[in-house]
Ligand binder design. Sequence first.
Ligand SMILES: [Zn+2]
Length: 367
Amino acid sequence: MSAAGTTGGSPYGSPLPPAGPLTLWEQRWHPLREEWVIIAAHRQDRPWTGEKVVVPVEATPRYVPDCYLCPGNARVGGRRNPDYTSTFVFDNDHPCVGPDAPQPQAPPPRPFRSQRAHGLARVICYHPRHDLTLAEMPVEQIIPVVQVWQQQTRDLGARPEIRHVLCFENKGEVVGVSNYHPHGQINATNFVFKTIETELAASQRYLHETGRPLFADIIAAEQADGRRVLYEDEHTIGFVPYFARYAYEVYVAPRRTVAHIQALNGAEVESLARALKDVTVRFDNLWRMPFPYVMPLHQAPTDGGDYRAFHFFIAFHPPLRQPNLLKYLAGPEIGGGNFLSDTSPEEKAAELQALPTTHYREAQPDS
Ligand SMILES: [Zn+2]
C-alpha cells in the first residue's frame, strides 16, 4: 500500500513545488500555548521513502477471553471485572501515580527537586463490547462516558492531595495502545500538567488584558470564519483550530465557558456526546479505518483557585497525516518546542467536512 508522495527518490532529491496561492506557508500564533506553529503546506507532498505505519483493519470480536478490560475477565494480580453493562472504572493495575507511591529517596542537591508520585491512576472502560469505539457507539452510550468524566473529575478533584484531574484516551497502536477495547484513562495528580499550566496562564493574561475569556474569542473567530467548523449546535462546537499543530487536529468544546466538565448541564452533556460521535465518525470515515488519536480533556486545576478564565475543551491529536504516514516529532518539535505542520488546517477541515456522518461500518452497502 503506498500513500501519495511515496513514489521513491531521496526526500531531498526533487525540488519542492513553488509556494503559490494554492499552498499555505506562514506561521500561526497558538494563543493557548503562546507559541508559533510553522505551517509549510507546500511540503506535504514531498517524496517519502521512510517507514510506513500499517494500521490493522481486521474484524474485532465482541468479546475476547484474555482481554483484561472485557466484562467478567481477570486482570493482572487476579482481580476480576464485574459483568458491567455500561461504563466501568477501576484503579489502574500499573499506576504511574498512586496512593502507595514511596517517599522519595534522599533529597537531591540543588537545583534538583523530587516529590512523592502521589495520586490516583484509573482506567475507564467505555463499553462492555470489545469491538466498539466511541465512533461506533450510539450517542446514548457516549453520554455515560461523559458522565463518568464528570463524576471522576468531581470525586478525585475533591481530594485534598489532588491538584488536577487529567482524563484522556490513547487510541491505536501508533500511540502505543494494543488493546482495541474502548477505554480511556485518568491521572489525578498532586501537580498540574504543563499544558494546562500554560493554557491557564495564557487565558488569565488574555482575560486581564481584554476583559474577555480567550477560548470564547477563539470560538467566535472560528464561527466568523466558518471554514474549519465541523460540528455546531446550540451547546457545542467542533473545529480544526486555525493554529492546528497536527494535520487532523480537532477541538470539541462547550460554547459556554466552564472550567471543568462537571459544570455542564444535562443538555450540554448530550450535545457534547453528539459532537464526539460526529467527529470520531468523520475520523474513521476518512480512510475507512479506526482512526488513531490522543484525546485529552483540558480542564482547570481542582485545587480551589480562581479559574474563571479557563474554558474546558476536548482535543483530538491524531498522529497520522496520511493513511500510513506518521507525523514525526523531531528537531522543531522536540528540539525547539514548536510544531512544524506540513498541512493546511483549512484543507484538512474541508476533507473532514465532506465526509458522511454515518460510520462506514454502520452504513448499508447499497446506500
Ligand atoms: Zn475487551
